[in-house]
Design a protein around this ligand. Sequence first.
Ligand SMILES: *Cc1c(COP(=O)(O)O)cnc(C)c1O
Length: 356
Amino acid sequence: MEKIRVELSKNLKAKPTDEGKLGFGEIFTDHMFVMKYTEGQGWHDPAIVPYGPIALDPAAMVLHYGQEVFEGMKAYRAEDGRVLLFRPEENFKRLNASNERLCIPPVDEELLLEGLKQLVNLEKDWIPHTFGTSLYIRPFIICTEAKLGVKAGSEYLYIVILSPSGAYYASGLNPVKIYVESQYVRAVKGGTGMAKTGGNYASSLKAQDIAHEEGYSQVLWLDGVERKYIEEVGAMNVFFKIGGEVITPALVGSILPGITRKSTIEILKSWGVPVSERRISIQEIYEAYQNGQLEEIFGTGTAAVISPVGELKWEDHVMEIGGGKIGELSQKLYDTLTGIQWGKLPDTMGWTQEVK
Ligand SMILES: *Cc1c(COP(=O)(O)O)cnc(C)c1O
């Protein structure tokens, strides 16, 4: 494995003192991980260097055509002081799947995991202590080649930055209000929906704005062809509990394969809860609601872990779910996942890796 060069910062920043006031992705640690790609040479010069601005040619292709991919994960501090990562190998595997779709050369997953562990270990004093807080990890790749022709680039930069982040739910799990978006779509089959790439987010802002104006916190996305089938909620995967069965949309190409989604399915199976991955329409959800069968809805993702849905608005129909309270299964999943992530529960699935 290539050796990782380390250049330490000479101006260490003051760390935040009030963990109750940490937002999300607002402050960054002292160092970052960088690695370059040059055609003919491949990925080279992995290094941990002081955090700071990067110089880019104004013609850098990422600025014009959006050739970029990213990941999102967390380092958690357990009560006994251990620093844990949750299924990080899955993030690097997905990074390469995104790379493949965006014509970005594949990375060495083992080297990146090793580099991440070294970086997190160096910055471990930045990891907050309160349950629910974490060190958010953002790996990303951008095309840096200076050229305006539309083609896959020949130069890239891989960077990892770290940001101490506050608890997503400062005062317990809160059900959110969701607006079913019937006009704009997030992704289509054959597009880039299964890749974690910035363009998917840029194109989602419009619907998000409208939902906010209407007093809703997130958008429920329908499929891009018929606007009938459920895809995701905001930037999370989505689950429905209907008549005792848990259903989540199947990964058909337009849906991001979430690691929290995968873990949720595996936990439900281990509990013997019936769970299926299939197409599910908004009409079916509405009918289940009318029949009194719609028991719970929740989103899954690294940021919120489990996000219960308390209200769903589809055209003129307002569906109130679980009386606005958190469903029993949503709460149990939240407690189990966060318990494993923050090292409170035994990791019977073998999902955590200690950084030391
Ligand atoms: C990252 C992401 C998710 C959640 O993935 P996790 O691995 O569970 O964090 C879901 N949907 C979209 C669009 C995403 O970008």
